[in-house]
Design a protein around this ligand. Structure first.
Ligand code: MTE
Ligand code: MO
Length: 252
């Protein structure tokens, strides 16, 4: 009952304030309820805050669209990625058997997982679409371990708000809030369609965040850090994307 009351208070408050005093005041109210995205300080800040706050209030449990097997794209398009390092290619040569995912930060049990470890924690599969902000998209079956299952292992602290994730392409990193991180469709993906995840599509390990645009689905993941604030990461905007004019929250 309590949450319904609070939710009603926030939503009616947001709607009323947006009408009367404009988006800025509504964004201020959203912030007070802890519903401000990390990039809320920029020029699009108030708009970003409202979009994100509304998604969290109305759509926290919404599911990304899943497709029938017949809709899997015959020629999925792998985005061009910056070149991978010699170290990466050495790991590739031995079938990525030494690849590790470190999960640390505000957790009771920081852990380094091999891909074999992840496979023992759980398996989910989804036929969902990757939608690039540039306008192309494709549908594939993604198979992996739900991020929620990994978080259950490491036990985030109660004050955890974000899961930050890092690619071996060090200039690329991002984050999602804990609601997204524990959403059943958010996945650490190690297989695609009929086989292992190809390197072009992020193998050996990528994150799939199917409720958001493709740029949130980072490839070549080797670290996840649970945190209460994104201020200490990079320029403090939650990911690299806002530095290039793309919003941190990229809900579809
Ligand atoms: N490490 C890494 N991850 C990345 C990218 C990248 O260049 N490097 N591109 C992103 C973008 S913009 C999109 S649209 C998707 C595309 O996924 P795909 O290459 O599997 O089609 O990956 C995202 N993840
Ligand atoms: Mo993209």
């Amino acid at each position: 009952m309590k949450t319904i009351t609070r939710r009603r208070l926030i939503t009616t408050g947001l709607a009323a304030t947006a009408g009367i005093a404009g988006v800025t005041e509504a964004a201020r109210l959203a912030k007070r309820y802890g519903l401000a995205p990390p990039d809320c300080g920029g020029i699009y800040g108030p708009g970003e805050t409202l979009t994100y706050a509304a998604s969290r209030i109305f759509g926290a449990h919404a599911m990304a669209r899943e497709f029938p097997r017949s809709m899997i794209s015959e020629k999925p398009f792998a985005n061009e990625t910056p070149p991978l390092s010699d170290d990466f290619h050495q790991q590739q040569a031995v079938g990525f058997k030494d690849w590790t995912l470190t999960v640390d930060g505000l957790v009771s049990h920081p852990t380094k997982f091999s891909i074999a470890d992840l496979k023992t924690l759980g398996r989910s599969s989804q036929i969902t679409e990757v939608s690039c902000e540039e306008g192309w998209s494709y549908v594939a079956e993604w198979i992996g371990t739900p991020l929620a299952a990994v978080l259950r292992e490491v036990q985030p602290a109660p004050q955890a708000r974000f899961a930050a994730y890092f690619s071996v392409q060090r200039e690329l990193w991002g984050s999602i809030d804990i609601a997204e991180a524990t959403h059943p469709q958010t996945q650490l993906t190690w297989a695609m369609n009929d086989g292992d995840l190809p390197v072009g599509f992020g193998g050996p390990l990528r994150i799939r965040v199917p409720r958001q645009l493709g740029y949130k689905s980072l490839k070549y993941i080797d670290r996840i850090t649970v945190t209460d604030s994104m201020k200490r990461f990079g320029k403090g905007l939650g990911s690299v994307d806002p530095e290039y004019g793309y919003s941190w929250y990229a809900g579809i």
